[in-house]
Design a protein around this ligand. Structure first.
Ligand SMILES: [Zn+2]
Length: 247
């Protein structure tokens, strides 16, 4: 399975509005969160934020077999309009939670002629070609907003994509032997967070490898090299856009 982390930025992206990379002390751009999964001729996109068109172009993606959205916040779904016209042309479905479908129907009524989102439910696997995607409920945001992580399995390997995650409920059934966890990690760097607080989130996954995403140098007030050092000291890796990982 080939994983491409198409965006490692937070809701604002890096650099955010009114800044440039130098002001942020950032080495490179961070687009909004997205993950591309390729396995045995099946291509899945997780999340379609406002950078989706540039991300699909940069990865030279010519077709996808399904889109899965973690939650209906702008940075994860704001590019849905960019994909809408291609749903019937390429022939893929967009998979949303019931709550996200409600948002879609209210906020994107103008797209509903072309798209009929497919509902996804916690712990119910969806098979698309060679890839199985299972939504795992997580807590996220104040006020709390229905959000899932995705366990993505192919070739007997499992990757978990959890870009926005505050806590894992003990009753969530987490798959065993997770080869890679791509996880939102701003908590690791915040003064009210730290390594112990971050470990509470990721330890239940018991992953072989952890790549941190959903970060913003400007917002955190730390340079890329500082974030990289803190991540390494904690035993993890700081992600970068278009990093490709064979799992
Ligand atoms: Zn969010």
């Amino acid at each position: 399975m080939q994983i491409t982390i198409c965006g490692t930025g937070d809701a604002m992206g890096v650099p955010p509005a009114f800044c440039d990379l130098e002001v942020c002390n950032a080495d490179a751009k961070r687009r909004r969160s997205a993950l591309l999964v390729e396995a045995n001729e099946t291509t899945i996109l997780c999340d379609c934020g406002p950078d989706v068109k540039a991300q699909l172009r940069a990865t030279e993606t010519k077709a996808i077999d399904g889109v899965f959205v973690t939650h209906f916040h702008h940075d994860h779904v704001g590019g849905i309009d960019e994909l809408a016209a291609f749903v019937p042309v390429i022939g893929f479905d967009i998979h949303l939670t019931e709550t996200a479908i409600g948002h879609f129907e209210r906020e994107r009524a103008h797209l509903s002629d072309g798209i009929e989102p497919r509902p996804i439910r916690a712990h119910q696997p969806v098979e698309i070609g060679a890839v199985t995607v299972t939504p795992l409920p997580v807590t996220h945001a104040r006020p709390e907003f229905e959000t899932v992580a995705f366990a993505i399995a192919a070739d007997d390997r499992t990757v978990v994509y959890a870009p926005d995650v505050g806590r894992i409920d003990p009753d969530v059934s987490i798959p065993s032997e997770i080869a890679l966890l791509v996880v939102g990690g701003d908590r690791l760097f915040r003064s009210d967070g730290g390594t112990d607080s971050f470990r509470k989130i990721i330890d239940p996954f018991a992953p072989e490898r952890v790549v941190i995403t959903h970060v913003n140098e400007w917002w955190l007030g730390k340079s890329t090299s500082e974030l990289r050092r803190m991540t390494r000291d904690a035993g993890y890796e700081l992600g970068e856009d278009f990093q490709s990982i064979t799992v």
